[in-house]
Design a protein around this ligand. Structure first.
Ligand code: MN
Length: 711
């Protein structure tokens, strides 16, 4: 008999309040109504599926919003209920979760190519800005795997392959071991039913004569720990089907060889006890050299912590032992979901997804603090959670990986140079869109080409890949002189129009003045340079009209999200923040316009900027000021001098995190045995925010000095 909504309510009673439970119940009723008349293949009413998914999540103690989203996860796709209605009834967070799960579901059918599996995993992670989307999706997939029997052979196979290639690795990446193992065993059993049956039978056959030995070892270990005054739980472990199968294949070992190993897990109260336990059992059995691993001091990237060792038992039987605390056990089994397991009573489940992810990272960092540190670990966690890439589809369903900030033009050049060169427009998710619009993971991009079309030098300002840049440059360089003059004319004219002028209005005198000033041999040469992308049309127009930055009057304002910098005639020129001085809101700034990188913003007193201004003959400088309510995150570099201390990096990272600064990377230079210099690259919202962070870091005991790096 399937679990009912009342069973679920009982489960939720243990960790949610009445209002929260009410939300979940309302979501159930809504789903029941929306799916009424629909049945599953098994003949059961459809709503039993979302209900079962919610049960899975409730067992992980997931919050009420995730559970409501689980109830509603199929309504957008399969019923009349739409996102707007979900927003009205359950709030925008639940609606976003449901929407996210629906989007992931849509893409399931596009993953024909096996080599795309890894990209798909990354894309799924990148798309789910709220990690709860992934957790709901995993639970959905888990229930589908558990009820796969009723489907046809072909569909079963496809779902099993996808589960093994995509969902099991995602569960693994998030440290959700129990879910991963179930995915693997169900997937394996579906793909290779005969092999699974044979291995299962062999396990059962050996279980009989293993039993005595297992009990013996358990007793010996238990007595030894008792003697040493350690309170512990000793559990015998059996390897799961799929891992046995994989070991047999990858290490071509026989079943007996693999099953000859006896595996135990010891759960103790504190990290200290873990090490004491290790010492205790090492005095009981001889350890096998080279097989000890300390994942407590250096956790795996997904947060897994434990001590591993291999011992020789009586008659030389190998014994594998894992030692960990209850908390570590939770983390090992439930991974990221363990976070909700502990914090489920927290009323504020609506905190932003980003904040949640950050909390998780911070939780890991706290674990980290007790145990020294590993920079690589921090880096791994970050790479997994905040990918620097976007993953988009071609119209045929192939996945392309591009750097963050890429546009349709980057995409076009990534597909083929000819597509890039003849690109005139694009459709994003079947809708016409601007070529300059940054792409987002999960979008389908279609490039519109026209025969005889040419790359536009202004594209150099809106692309992110070096491939597109070099291809555009290559094309422009090989333009015949006549063509580039024509192109330059067109571009310059467009810019002049924004100053209420046009090429026809420009007098010979004005032309001659610019030719003289710039050292060109004639005006055509200037037009050619514009056409080749070596001169910025906007600046050339300003020089022709002899408009100076100072009397232009309208200095540019940056840092506001709704009105990003718009410079007349440049159609959304890109803004870059100089890496030499990393300006942030509150700083005095200046900028200059470049042909390749749009407007580059410097600190007003940056040394590089002064040099650029001195050499500047063309009036590339622009006056800039921050918007009064500048938004966004800006990169800064801090140099922290510390006395050598274990765990200092984790403490620093913790402090920065607790003040909502996000760390991009950390570099350590060791000076001598007593002190080191740590460079932290982090994103802050403005000077006040930065000052707060610096103050917090300064009071740390081993910190000698903190300065912001400006070159
Ligand atoms: Mn479903």
């Amino acid at each position: 008999m399937a679990d009912t909504i009342n069973d679920l309510t009982q489960k939720l009673d243990a960790y949610l309040n009445d209002d929260q439970i009410d939300l979940v119940r309302r979501a159930y009723l809504c789903a029941e109504k929306a799916h009424s008349g629909q049945t599953r293949r098994s003949g059961e009413p459809y709503v039993t599926h979302p209900l079962a998914v919610a049960h899975i999540l409730a067992d992980m103690h997931m919050d009420h919003q995730s559970l409501a989203a689980a109830m509603l996860h199929d309504v957008i796709e399969d019923t009349e209920v739409d996102k707007i209605e979900i927003v009205e009834q359950f709030g925008s967070t639940v609606a976003e979760l449901v929407d996210g799960v629906s989007k992931l579901t849509q893409f399931e059918f596009q993953t024909q190519a096996e080599k795309q599996a890894e990209n798909f995993q990354k894309m799924a992670m990148a798309m789910a800005r709220d990690l709860r989307v992934i957790l709901v999706k995993l639970a959905d997939r888990l229930h589908n795997m558990r009820t796969l029997d009723v489907l046809g052979a072909e569909k079963r196979r496809r779902i099993a392959v996808e589960t093994l290639e995509i969902y099991a690795p995602i569960a693994n990446r998030l440290g959700m071991n129990e879910v991963r193992i179930e995915f693997e065993d169900l997937g394996f059993g579906t793909l290779y039913p005969m092999r699974a049956k044979r291995i299962q039978a062999a396990i059962e056959a050996t279980r009989g004569h293993r039993k005595e030995l297992v009990t013996n070892i358990e007793t010996q270990v238990g007595e030894q720990l008792l003697k040493d005054g350690i309170s512990a739980t000793v559990i015998g472990r059996e390897k799961h089907l799929y891992s046995i199968y994989q070991k047999m294949r990858s290490k071509s070992r026989s079943f007996t060889e693999i099953m000859d190993v006896f595996a135990f897990r010891i759960i103790v109260d504190s990290p200290d006890d873990c090490y004491r336990t290790l010492g205790s059992i090492h005095s009981l059995y001889k350890p096998r050299p080279g097989h000890f691993k300390d994942y407590i001091a250096i956790p795996k990237a997904n947060g897994y912590q434990s001590l591993h060792t291999v011992l020789f038992g009586m008659h030389g039987v190998p014994i594998e032992i894992q030692i960990r605390t209850k908390d570590m056990e939770q983390m090992a089994n439930n991974g990221i979901a363990a976070h909700w397991l502990y914090k489920a009573n927290n009323q504020d489940a609506s905190v932003g997804s980003h904040a949640r992810a950050r909390q998780w990272v911070q939780g890991l960092l706290e674990l980290q603090q007790n145990a020294g540190n590993s920079l690589e670990f921090i880096e791994n966690v970050k790479i997994d959670l905040f990918p620097e890439e976007v993953y988009v589809f071609t119209p045929k369903g192939k996945i392309m990986e591009l750097p963050l900030g890429s546009t349709a033009i980057d995409f076009a050049y990534a597909v083929h140079t000819d597509i890039g060169n003849s690109c005139v427009g694009c459709r994003i998710n079947r809708r016409l869109a601007a070529l300059s619009q940054p792409l987002q993971s999960g979008q389908t991009i279609e490039i519109i080409t026209a025969p005889g079309a040419n790359p536009n030098p202004s594209w150099l300002d809106i692309i992110a890949t070096s491939r597109a840049r070099s291809q555009i440059r290559h094309y422009l360089k090989h333009l015949k002189s006549g063509e580039s003059i024509e192109l330059g004319e067109r571009l310059l004219n467009k810019s002049l129009v924004t100053f209420n002028s046009s090429l026809d209005d420009i007098t010979d005198k004005q032309q001659a003045a610019l030719v003289k000033k710039s050292g060109a041999s004639n005006f055509e040469e200037i037009l050619e340079e514009v056409g080749l992308g070596n001169r910025v049309a906007y600046l050339t127009a300003r020089q022709l009209l002899d408009i100076h930055e100072s009397d232009a009057g309208n200095n540019m304002v940056i840092g506001n999200r709704e009105k990003p910098l718009v410079i007349a005639g440049t159609e959304g020129m890109m803004i870059n923040f100089a890496k030499c001085c990393n300006p942030i809101p509150g700083d005095d700034i200046g900028g200059h316009i470049t042909a390749g990188r749009g407007v580059v913003v410097h600190l007003a007193d940056c040394r590089n900027y002064h040099e650029i201004q001195e050499k500047d003959k063309e009036g590339r400088s622009v006056t800039l000021r921050w918007h009064d309510n500048a938004e966004g995150e800006y990169r800064v570099e801090l140099k922290v001098e510390v006395e050598q201390q274990r765990g200092i990096i984790a403490s620093l990272a913790n402090k920065v995190n607790s003040l909502d600064g996000s760390i991009e990377s950390i570099k350590v230079e060791e000076r001598d045995s007593k002190s080191s210099i740590i460079h932290i690259f982090l994103a802050v919202s403005n000077r006040i925010h930065l000052a707060r962070i610096i103050r917090r870091i300064r009071v740390l005991k081993s910190v000698v000095k903190v300065v912001r790096v400006k070159r």
